[in-house]
Design a protein around this ligand. Structure first.
Ligand code: FES
Length: 167
């Protein structure tokens, strides 16, 4: 049986139900599960619930609160297009549209081949190289044309294909 929400009300919470003090442990388990399976599966939520004593809905709540955690399958490459002012005014105003056209998906969708998931995100603190696109953990600055966006995506496609060929 999971801990009740009321047991944690004395502490401030970020994600409803799991105390701030307990969140690093829950987050670490969620990240570990995502690294292993590509996303946070329902089975992982069940397991973490048993491990930590929080209810499944509380674990789901933490996973939903953090943008870097996914509760459904996502692409091998997460293409995060910055939609905040520095990137937009420095030439990235149409970056999401370019990425969407090149990938053939809209914000929040994954390509049919399972390689790319597109996301519009807020500033991630790399404004000096605006306009930025972060792909997985790597930042690519100066993406100020559709051609640069296409070149970047195609480079990743080629790298993924080369990796598959050597398996
Ligand atoms: S505004 Fe895009 S990284 Fe800061």
């Amino acid at each position: 049986m999971g801990k009740k929400l009321s047991e944690n009300l004395s502490e401030k919470t970020c994600a409803e139900g799991v105390s701030k003090a307990d969140q690093p442990k829950v987050l670490a388990l969620l990240r570990e599960a995502q690294e292993r399976d590509g996303y946070v599966t329902h089975q992982a939520v069940e397991r973490i619930s048993k491990q930590t004593g929080f209810t499944e809905s509380e674990i789901d709540g933490v996973a939903s609160f953090y943008a870097m955690l996914y509760l459904k399958p996502v692409g091998r490459f997460i293409v995060r297009v910055c939609a905040s002012p520095s990137c937009v005014v420095n030439g990235g105003g149409r970056a999401l549209e370019w990425a969407s056209e090149v990938l053939g998906v809209s914000d929040g969708e994954t390509t049919k081949d399972g390689l790319f998931t597109l996301e519009a995100v807020s500033c991630f603190g790399r404004c000096e190289t605006a306009p930025n696109v972060m792909i997985n953990e790597e930042n690519y600055g100066g993406i100020d044309s559709k051609e640069k966006m296409r070149n970047l995506i195609e480079k990743l496609r080629r790298e993924a294909a080369a990796r598959e060929a050597t398996k």
